[in-house]
Design a protein. Sequence first.
Lengths: 316, 231
Amino acid sequence: MADALIFATLNGLVTGMLLFMLASGVTLIFSMMGVLNFAHASFYMLGAYFAFAISQQIGFWPALLLAPMLVGVLGALVERYGLRQVHKSGQVAELVFTFGLAFLIEEAVQLFWGRATQDFRSPAALDFALFTLFGQDFPAWKGVMLCISVSIFIGLYFVLTRTRTGIIIQAAITHPQAVANLGHNVPRLFMVVFGAGSALAGLAGVIAGPVLTTFPGMASVLGSIVFVIVVIGGLGSLTGALVASLLIGLLQSWAIASGLGMADLLALLGVSFPPDHALRDLWRLTLPQVAPLLPYLLLVLILIFRPSGLFGKRES
Amino acid sequence: MLEVMDLQAWYGKSHVLRGVTLRVGEGEIVSLLGRNGAGRSTTMKALMGELQVSGSALFRGQQILGLPSHEIAMRGIGCVPEHREIFPGLTVRQNLLLGIKPGQKASRWSLEDMFRLFPALGERADVPGGVLSGGEQQMLCICRALMGDPALLLVDEPTEGLAPQVVERVAQLLVEIASKGVAILLVEQKLGIALRISRRVYVMGRGQIVHEGTPAALLESDAVRREWLQV
């Protein structure tokens, strides 16, 4: 039991921190620009595909650097020449624009790489167990994923709280016009934040691609969970994004590892049902089976009991 | 220094400013008076590039209408907006440092000057701006604008909601700022202060300038005050 819990916790941390790399971008862009970017997970997918293409030419490590940079530049261009123009037409137009962009990217990916899953692998040099505990291996690549995502979190925290640019970003989150009136180029700042957020999503794609498989549906698989996280954490709250990402990552991972079923839980309460009961399918449900539903269940509960999210300040 | 001619502005489809013409000279304090809704704050916003506008506004001979807000600020116009708008989550020091413009080399005002002018800000330099009193937040907002070394300062309702002794301190500060050669265009509800510290005044009504003159002339003109200023 202890071994399962330890590995589930480690896997939950890896997933949680990966989700944070995406959720932080969505929440930062939302709080600054008021744009809920539905195409954010598409940049994550582009990161994986770009890295796959680059790694075939010049190897994985250059791809780890180049792919997020490419995605970041693409994100900045989307903001500069797309969103900034659409912004004049209001928030609904922006929302529809990012929706359309998500479809466009998905179609483009299928056009260039096809519908099949790509054979994108982590570097062979990291194909070993980082450590073995209770007879189970923890892959080195997952360790690298955790290191990269934790470093990104520390870096993001440092930039936002200790650098002048970060402080300007913090000020622009609440009072963009006042920041512009002090001589700071707020539209350019928006472009940089959008680009940086996209690059982070791209980096998440590069490190997750080899583990979660690189295929055209990878954006929609993770995209919906990212939005659940942003709503649970509270729209616009970075702390909320971190807590909710870890919560979802760990919750899912523990649920999968637990192997508990509805029958076990009912047995604890002293309730049992005959095997031929009309609702037997419901009693036979196990936690690993419902694990993918848990984030959405949590979302519904949060929306009922705390609509602004765990750390959100906005009411709408 | 600032020559505004036939300034028109719109909020969406509402035509709010209907041809404002005014002038602010080097180092002088000019007040923009009028009742609520007369268009005074809208004039400030229009000059800072926040609205859809037409007409002309020459600052040091160069057109500023149509420029984005940050470029207007970079040309030397500082802004102390209505309702203060300090950054509540940032410390007093961070608020002030954000006033320094990108690439700014020198300034007539340093952080130390600000703390000397307002010891309260110095004592609370590392606390979040949001916990300051209304008066302290107003001082912070004015000081933040000064850190960018503006040649012209647009100040919108600086004494709104402040205690009488704080109002007096704000008035002294504005005179002190002007004595260092900074021109001030002031929107002020409290007539007494505006008339005391201004060299010239404009009165606005229905989106236009309806009277222009010295404070003494306005004091003598009962008709103007009755029609456009008294509530």
